[in-house]
Design a protein around this ligand. Structure first.
Ligand code: BT5
Length: 325
């Protein structure tokens, strides 16, 4: 009944209680109870005598129902599993992967209590103030190509934010989205595979959307869309935009099995490009100029001796010389 009532409220400015009763074959009491429930969930509904109910504000809900309504894809995010709270959406996505959930399944949560970054680091968000989601993929690619999907996802997030929020975010290779040098999104790709066959891949995406009180260390290097723009943007619309761009880029990636069709557009958003970077690999640190990426998603760096090097993601960190980027 909730879906139908919400649909009716969005069809017309004012909908009378009687009209809802007639259309849905329910009592006035049932309608009144539904309005009470919707208000408790954050919907702002005005009741005007002789005119009816008017929907003034839709809360920032990201339930399966709310996200699916916005989804424009054919497979990415077409099956959604929503949780109010999870330890990590990546962990739940892997569990669903083991249980046979289909390619394109998206896990979305309002709160993540044990969010994971790379190399055992943490991803911290307060309830309701961020997008945390994990996309389950079953690609027909070699396991060594899996890390390229992090770049595909970074490109999708950056394009979705540019399209919907209108700010010029950049990609910090390989897995961060930054704005003016501060991180607003991180991506964690995990894989279940054998020697030459992938069972599934989970691409976990965390985007800082709302008010997030960062600790002193993060305050210097992290930011949120709300703090940048001064506005709240509905998370479900951004989730849908990320899925739309991901689906398009993923299909281009699958055409060639590498990033050759995406290299140019990726480099246009690459924050490191033409900048001095410090490559921190275990036992091998050097400084150089970032030239872009290869078609396999490695970073191209010209070191101080003029030698061209390629950097694979993994155990490597890349820092700007004068700051995080
Ligand atoms: C990442 O790791 O940036 C990957 C983050 C992936 C998070 C998503 S959320 C949905 C899915 N489920 C999960 O459990 N994870 C994924 P890394 O490059 O290692 O960066 C981690 C570092 O970012 C931390 O050590 C902090 O310094 C910083 N950090 C933590 N929380 C942050 C936040 N909300 N915003 C910006 N930076 C943050």
């Amino acid at each position: 009944m909730k879906t139908e009532v919400l649909a009716m409220l969005q069809e017309e400015t004012y909908v009378s209680g009687q009209k809802i009763c007639d259309r849905l074959h329910v009592s006035r009491t049932a309608v009144w109870k539904m309005m009470k429930r919707l208000r408790e969930e954050g919907y702002e509904i005005e009741a005007v005598s002789n005119r009816g109910y008017c929907l003034k504000h839709i809360p920032d809900v990201i339930t399966e129902e709310a996200c699916l309504k916005e989804m424009e894809t054919s497979w990415a995010g077409r099956k959604i599993i929503y949780r109010d709270e999870v330890d990590s959406t990546n962990t739940l996505a892997k569990q669903k992967g083991e249980e046979g959930a289909p390619h394109g399944t998206l896990i979305v949560a309002d709160m993540q209590t044990n969010g994971k970054g790379r190399l055992g680091r943490n991803w911290v968000i307060p309830k309701g103030q961020a997008i945390v989601m994990s996309l389950l993929l079953r690609p027909q690619i070699e396991p060594q190509c899996a890390s390229m999907l992090t770049l595909v996802a970074a490109l999708a997030v950056s394009q979705a934010i540019k399209e919907k929020i209108g700010i010029a975010v950049q990609i910090k290779w390989p897995n961060d989205i930054v704005y003016k040098g501060k991180k607003i999104c991180g991506i964690l790709t995990e894989m279940s595979a054998e020697m030459d066959v992938i069972h599934y891949i989970v691409v976990g995406i965390g985007i800082n959307t709302g008010k997030i009180p960062f600790d002193k260390e993060l305050e210097e290097k992290a930011d949120t869309l709300y703090r940048i723009t001064g506005n709240y943007f509905p998370r479900r619309i951004l989730i849908s935009a990320v899925m739309k761009h991901f689906e398009t880029y993923y299909e281009q990636f699958c055409q060639t099995g590498d990033l050759s069709l995406l290299q140019n557009i990726y480099e246009e958003s690459l924050a490191n490009k033409n900048n001095q970077v410090r490559v921190l690999a275990p036992g091998n640190e050097y400084t150089g100029e970032c030239l872009g990426i290869t078609k396999n998603g490695e970073l191209r760096v010209r070191d101080q001796s003029g030698t061209l090097r390629t950097v694979m993601s993994g155990e490597v960190s890349v820092r700007g010389i004068y700051g995080y980027v």
